[in-house]
Design a protein around this ligand. Structure first.
Ligand code: B12
Ligand code: SF4
Length: 523
């Protein structure tokens, strides 16, 4: 039977659906005869998603439904679909007056409702899609994957139709094996009805990844809404230049999902992919790598790529990526600026070298500062978003003062207006060192549900433990009340007023005692 594959990106904020696009491209390269179609429900008004799915299934009559689910857990301090999650949770947990706690609880209820409603809706869409497809082909199959599924694959087991194939991590090889009708036993997946293998998420992805440039001439023939993103004009279109991250940051699951081995896509192929998009008018690119420069030994590769982008004549582009600013040198800084790096996020997490070590982040703040100076010297004048996640582990008044000192130094390097502190609190995720630490230290009980948004669980998963938790909670609330539009800077100012700024040298040097707080928090 000739396979008819329907890719359905489940509703979420409209971020270019690079995952399903890459899957469709890969399947086309391996099975040119397979018929494919992409439906991106992020571009469909939310009231019409069910009807659009049914209609597309009826028209397309797929034999295989490939559902891609991007995000589930959203705790960012930004307005999301149901309001600002951080503000509501903090009001409910730390509000000083009963009225404020009530307001937070009501906002939290709305959020919790929308969170569960979205999960129910997505699970419903998977069921509806499969039922409808089986009206046309009794043996139609369903496979689900994507970022959210990779993180919460165990919790989803009981909620998906029996027989659903649940994928962890990248899906190219799994789809290939599935379409060849071979056994899935060696793939990073499980079939609902059977228990997932213990430690499935820690199994490394396939070491070989022969990635050639995505063929957008083909993609636009199977994805009628492709232009929706291009017409918007201000979108960053995703391009992946590598997979994997060798680091061990305590709260991060990317390194588990993508694997520790860094696999680079050939530079010519990356540039050829960008070229196709460029020729269609795309000027904004997001290098969707877990880390654009994962370690010093990848500096040369990053340079090669940026040089190739420049010599391809793609001059008036802008790009963004997650960047560890410890892995730069003067030449790379210059290439980054010249090739159009318009914005970058550095996940500093803390401006205290002592805490950086305790969180196993493996970088040196002194080097980060030096490299930021190189970027400024190279002419970088755009915004930089510095991500701080307070109170991950062993935060104290002294370490807060160190972070303030580090931040002020970054402002001195780039100009205060350009440096935007983004204040996050970690959403604790399964299979991370931090989860192990939380279990070992009694913050969480074995068997907790990482997908739960019930207040007593959410309070622990939105990681902000005592003794500093309430102090941070109150400062964030004050910042929301004083200046919600400049939340990050207001938090830093309030922290400085309360805890002062340490001497910079103290922030940059870590005492040796007590560094391995998570030494035993292995998987
Ligand atoms: C880059 C990135 C971003 C960029 C995206 C830029 C852009 N324009 O594309 C930015 C910074 C904007 C971003 C924002 C957010 N992100 Co983000 N992001 C990532 C990151 C690092 C890579 C995603 C990516 O594009 N990868 C490359 C593509 C090719 O991979 P992919 O889409 O995952 O698809 C592959 C596999 O998943 C699989 N696959 C996908 N679908 C399917 C389906 C089937 C059936 C199969 C078999 C396989 C399969 O195969 C694909 C190809 O190999 C991931 C973490 C990670 N390392 O994966 C987080 C991640 C996707 N983000 C996440 C979140 C939560 C967010 C935010 C909601 C954060 C926030 N709190 O605000 C926001 C908002 C997103 C939104 N929809 O509104 C979560 C989602 C899971 C969750 N926690 O619920 C992730 C997984 C990080 C995490 N561990 O928490 N993000
Ligand atoms: S460097 Fe970034 S992607 Fe890698 S483990 Fe640390 S936080 Fe995760």
């Amino acid at each position: 039977m000739q396979e008819r594959i329907l890719y359905i990106r489940l509703p979420c904020n409209p971020i270019f659906p690079i995952g399903p696009v890459y899957l469709a491209d890969h399947v086309h390269k391996v099975f040119p005869q397979a018929r494919q179609h992409i439906l991106d429900l992020a571009t469909v008004p939310s009231l019409s998603v069910g009807a659009t799915l049914r209609q597309t299934v009826d028209q397309w009559q797929p034999t295989l439904l490939v559902f891609s689910w991007r995000d589930i857990q959203i705790y960012a301090p930004v307005d999301g679909r149901g309001g600002n999650p951080l503000q509501h949770s903090f009001e409910a947990f730390y509000g000083e007056s009963p009225l404020r706690r009530l307001r937070g609880a009501l906002g939290g209820l709305r959020l919790t409702w929308s969170y569960y409603a979205e999960i129910r809706r997505n699970l419903g869409l998977i069921r509806v899609g499969l039922t409808q497809a089986r009206r046309h082909h009794a043996h139609a199959r369903v496979v689900v994957g994507g970022g959210a599924v990779s993180v919460f694959y165990e919790q989803l087991a009981s909620r998906l139709p029996r027989g659903t194939v649940v994928s962890v991590g990248e899906g190219e090889r799994l789809l290939e094996t599935l379409l060849q009708g071979k056994s899935l036993a060696a793939e990073r997946c499980y079939v609902v009805g059977e228990a997932p293998r213990a430690g499935l998420v820690h199994e490394p992805p396939s070491p070989l990844l022969p990635r050639t440039a995505c063929n957008y001439n083909y993609i636009e023939t199977v994805w009628p809404a492709f232009n929706w993103y291009l017409e918007g004009g201000d979108f960053y279109v995703g391009v992946q230049t590598k997979r994997g991250c060798p680091h061990n940051c305590c709260y991060c699951i990317y390194t588990v999902v993508e694997g520790k081995q860094v696999r680079l896509n050939p530079v010519d192929e990356v540039v050829a992919e960008m070229r196709q998009l460029y020729d269609r008018g795309v000027r904004g690119f997001w290098f969707t790598d877990a880390q654009f420069i994962p370690a010093r030994r990848y500096i040369a590769d990053a340079k090669e790529l940026l040089r190739a982008i420049l010599s391809a004549g793609m001059t008036n582009i802008h790009w963004a990526a997650y960047i560890r600013a410890d892995n730069l040198d003067e030449e790379l800084a210059k290439l980054m600026v010249d090739s159009g790096m318009s914005y970058f996020e550095i996940g500093i997490t803390s401006g205290s070298q002592e805490l950086i070590r305790k969180m196993r982040m493996g970088y040196n703040l002194r080097v980060v500062l030096q490299n930021c100076r190189l970027l400024a010297q190279a002419g970088f004048r755009e915004k930089i978003s510095v991500n701080y996640s307070f109170n991950v582990i062993d935060e104290r008044p002294e370490t807060i003062g160190q972070t303030v000192a580090f931040h002020r130094e970054l402002e001195a390097v780039f100009g205060a207006e350009q440096v935007e502190p983004a204040i996050f609190f970690i959403g604790l995720q399964p299979h991370t060192h931090l989860e192990r630490y939380a279990l070992d230290n009694g913050f969480l009980k074995p068997g907790y549900n990482p997908m739960s948004m019930m207040p007593w669980v959410a309070r622990k998963l939105l990681w902000n433990p005592e003794p500093m938790g309430s102090a941070f909670g109150r400062i964030c609330l004050e910042a929301f009340a004083r200046n919600p539009h400049d939340f990050g800077r207001t938090v830093i100012n309030l922290l400085e007023a309360r805890y002062g700024a340490a001497p910079l040298e103290e922030a940059l040097s870590a005492p040796l005692a007590g560094q391995r707080i998570m030494a035993n928090a292995s998987r």
